[in-house]
Design a protein around this ligand. Structure first.
Ligand code: NAD
Length: 520
């Protein structure tokens, strides 16, 4: 990493340090394959979370700009849907190649705007890249079915694109989550309006540039900016047929409800509270290392962060050993060599996390490791909260009830596997859950009985690779959970079936008399 950064710094075509930027450039819209400066009257200042220095200003795109993006996508759609699947596939091949080539540049943008470490930011890009790579196989994934349903009569099914679709993204995976949508929405023949998080749109802007270079025609991929006002435009714009949303429950449930009421297809992945059950028979060193990484990596700002431990029996005595590991994690600016975790996204987020830690103190839990007030020496102004471990937590406590989205691990104690299962399944969220055990029988029990949609067995963050879909459930998705991101479900989301029944027969064999009853 160090070498990479030094080499990149020598070329100096993208930031590789948290140094103050002297000439701050405004973020532009990307409409009709052009980077268009915004005429916005409202701008959102974007700060480097490690320093709170200004990085860019993000526009609240104007109504005219939002409309122009939709018109560009609408204009592009008839030609794009008629473009052969082989041509669309070739563009995705080129995009995949370009993303890999630009991985460091994308990761640097993420580290600067979002705060996660450079190594972790590359993982963010890689997970999105893998969706692109999988989309390159579209020619074997798209075919429909055909069967002869009667003599000389056949029914065949096609997947057709929906039209103009939109994606609304969260701040925590600035490359991966836009790339859950870009390749699949476009390779299936749709035109896309992408709204990145107003807190870190830089990676999306690089992806837009790479889309143009890959050969997407004008209007197939557009990027607009802003907060709730842009989202409301997307929800209410009749030309937009489907919305992919990833983010908080507050925003997502609203978007799902109002979007569905407007007749749109909506997929919405929401918040989480991921539990790990730890059994005394597990490989202790593996479990404690895995838990430490999954609780505090990315400063806990992952929807699949392992934020809640259910310590079964004697494992409750292992908490100090997790604390020892957590203390050794290096919190620092994400560009710094050896950094394990960076800052939180904003001062508001830092305050929210600190308030939740205080609520645990007030409600009588035990603070085993307190990250409040910690900061790296060279970054006095960042949004820092160090790894924090709260033990003896009870289910009614606020720190258990709410998604913390910070480097905070809450630990609850139970005596039996049954109690662990009951506790985990009582939680309203259902994104992920893990179990650490050496017993196949216990693993099988948890695999079967846990209600969460993504289960890890000795695996702390069981996010499926894109040959599968992301399968959170319960309150971690809006609606029925029938519209998962990527994989086969992702293709289904971005397409609708058309079935055609045809009869081709020699002229003299065609019906000579009218038939009014249903054929029996
Ligand atoms: P957020 O809901 O604040 O923002 C997500 C998007 O919604 C942004 O583009 C934002 O502009 C928009 N938005 C925010 N408030 C809005 C409002 N009131 N009305 C309309 N639009 C609004 O989420 P975030 O803080 O960026 O992301 C963190 C959340 O996302 C966490 O809850 C995390 O668990 C969740 N998340 C879930 C998954 C998953 O796959 N389940 C993945 C990543 C993140």
């Amino acid at each position: 990493t160090g070498k990479h950064l030094a080499a990149a710094a020598a070329q100096a075509d993208y930031p590789t340090t948290h140094a103050k930027i002297e000439q701050v450039a405004d973020t532009t819209n990307f409409i009709d394959n052009q980077f268009v400066p915004s005429q916005a009257s409202t701008w959102i200042d974007l700060h480097d979370p490690a320093t709170n220095n200004l990085v860019t200003r993000v526009p609240q795109s104007t109504d005219a700009e939002l409309k122009a993006a939709v018109e560009s996508a609408q204009k592009a759609f008839p030609k794009w849907r008629a473009t052969s699947i082989m041509t669309r596939q070739q563009i995705i091949f080129r995009l995949t190649h370009l993303i890999r080539q630009n991985m460091d540049r994308l990761a640097a943008s993420i580290t600067l705007e979002q705060g996660k470490t450079f190594a972790d930011a590359k993982g963010d890009v890689l997970r999105g890249l893998q969706v692109c790579e999988t989309a390159c196989g579209i020619t074997t994934q798209m075919p429909g079915e055909v069967i002869e349903v009667a003599k000389d009569m056949e029914t065949r099914s096609y997947r057709e694109p929906l039209g103009v679709v939109a994606a609304i993204c969260p701040f925590n995976f600035p490359a991966m989550i836009p790339l859950w949508s870009v390749p699949l929405a476009t390779v299936t023949g749709n035109c896309l309006i992408l709204k990145p998080s107003e807190r870190d749109p830089g990676a999306t802007m690089i992806i837009a540039e790479l889309c143009k270079e890959a050969g997407f025609p004008d209007g197939v991929v557009n990027v607009v900016h802003g907060a709730a006002k842009t989202v409301d435009f997307i929800i209410d714009e009749p030309a937009i047929k489907a919305i992919s949303f990833v983010g908080s429950n507050r925003a997502g449930e609203y978007i799902y409800t109002r979007g569905s009421a407007n007749g749109k297809r909506v997929q919405a992945n929401l918040g989480a509270k991921n539990h790990a059950a730890v059994l005394p028979d597990c490989n202790k060193n593996h479990a404690l290392n895995a838990i430490t990484g999954a609780a505090f990596g990315a400063a806990g700002q992952r929807c699949m962060a392992l934020s809640t431990l259910v310590m079964i029996g004697e494992t409750k005595d292992w908490v100090p050993e997790i604390a020892e590991r957590a203390k050794n994690l290096h919190m620092n600016g994400g560009f710094e060599e050896g950094a394990d975790l960076g800052p939180l996204i904003s001062p508001q987020s830092k305050k929210r996390v600190e308030d939740l830690i205080q609520s645990a103190v007030d409600e009588g839990a035990t603070i085993v490791l307190d990250g409040r007030g910690q900061k790296p020496a060279n970054y006095p102004n960042g949004n820092w909260v160090g790894p924090t471990i709260i033990a003896n937590v009870k289910p009614h406590m606020k720190c258990y009830q709410e998604e913390i989205f910070g480097p905070v691990l809450v630990c609850l104690n139970v005596d039996t596997t049954e109690e662990a299962l009951e506790l985990i399944n009582s939680n309203q969220y259902g994104n992920g859950a893990a179990v650490f055990t050496r017993s196949g029988a216990t693993a099988a029990l948890f695999q079967k009985e846990l209600e969460a949609g993504q289960i890890g067995i000795n695996v702390p963050i069981p996010v499926p690779l894109p040959m599968f879909s992301f399968t959170g459930n319960k309150k971690s998705v809006a609606g029925t959970g029938m519209s998962n991101f990527y994989g086969k479900d992702g293709l289904r989301f971005y397409t609708q079936w058309k079935t055609v029944t045809s009869l081709w027969r020699a002229e003299d064999a065609l019906a000579t008399e009218k038939q009014v009853a249903m054929p029996t």
